[in-house]
Ligand binder design. Sequence first.
Ligand SMILES: Nc1ncnc2c1ncn2[C@@H]1O[C@H](COP(=O)(O)OP(=O)(O)OP(=O)(O)O)[C@@H](O)[C@H]1O
Ligand SMILES: [Mg+2]
Length: 403
Amino acid sequence: MSDPIDKILDAVEAGESIIKNREILKLDYIPKTIQYRDPELEKVTQSLSPILKQSRPSNLLLYGEPGTGKTLVIKKVIKKIKEKVIKSNFPINVAYTNSKNETAIYGLIVSLGRQLGFSEKELPTTGLAISEVFKRILKKINEEKLNIIFVIDEIDHLAKQAQKTGNDILYQLTRANERLEQGSLTLVGISNDLTFRDYLDPRVISSLGEEEIVFTNYTPEQITTILKDRIKDAFIENSVEKPALDLCAGLAGGEHGDARRAIDLLLKAGEIADRRQLKKVTDKHVREAYENIEERAVKTALKAYPIHKKLIILAIIRSKNFSTGEIYLIYKNLCKAIGRDELSNRRITQMLSNIEEFGIISGRIVNQGSHGSTKKYELKITSEIIKKAFEESKDSSTLKDII
Ligand SMILES: Nc1ncnc2c1ncn2[C@@H]1O[C@H](COP(=O)(O)OP(=O)(O)OP(=O)(O)O)[C@@H](O)[C@H]1O
Ligand SMILES: [Mg+2]
């Protein structure tokens, strides 16, 4: 048999990969054709088009489940508007920022300023009050008669942060025009958290949602077409078997038609086949990729759990009859072992339901005859994954003797 290292290196050298263009499977790739989103593309364009006549478009809110093409659609429209603007030399500017990438509201507003051409000196990265930054931005818009479209992607993160810190920046942004004598500021908000209205000031909702566009979920058939398009350009011919394609679409489309998950799954499955130097991606590779992705998501959630949730899960691992009562007793002992005060039985019962909602454990009510009934829990994932996640978490040194 040939040396395994040589085999891999030779294959890479010879370019024998079934993935011919990996870029096309990257998440920020903008495909040439956006399938099934003509109505949304048209509505967004229509809504923002007054900017070309230098009048103010309405504020706009886009929402829909993750992976339904919101960012893709807005980026494509922005790109086209920018191309038109460059040609005609209008005082128009489109700024885009993702509020998930900005840890502070300050950063988000400065990012807007930078895209309007403010230098570090005019708008330092730290040190000013947010209201001062905003004032400078408005002054520039006014003086230079600029027409601005400001896109805030994943605006729910900003809304949550603003609510936590009591900042009214969203209100200021949506009402900026009232402070402008010339020029305009239009806000486009995007969210996949459909409940985000609950933590917004009603005045913000009414002005941000002057126009709203809802992105519906893709069906598995639509996901299949989106995948086929990518496969054509990203893989060498006939290297993705039909059952693999169907499974990708089924797994990602099953829940809410998430195109991102489908494309990611395809890439991961392709990499698995590639690593084994196979010429075809089969449904087995897709299944394996799916399990890897799921496992990673569960591990990330487990790592981030607060310490008492971790202790509950460790108690379930040690439990013999899995009843709520026994789990609570073991939990109390674990608290003692690491020198922590225990939480009340009621809090722990709440946490158990919460862990159950995420699917890490499942519970069922068991009737115990004259002893009444109790809820019993079982783990839905292996204790190896749990232990590994806890060992890699920030609590690892506190928990090291009981993992
Ligand atoms: N209609 C489509 N045609 C082709 N590719 C698509 C289509 N819709 C989405 N995609 C691709 O799926 C992935 C996810 O899309 P996108 O990032 O736009 O989702 P989103 O709605 O912004 O999700 P989130 O709310 O999680 O940010 C991207 O890689 C995008 O290129
Ligand atoms: Mg997005």
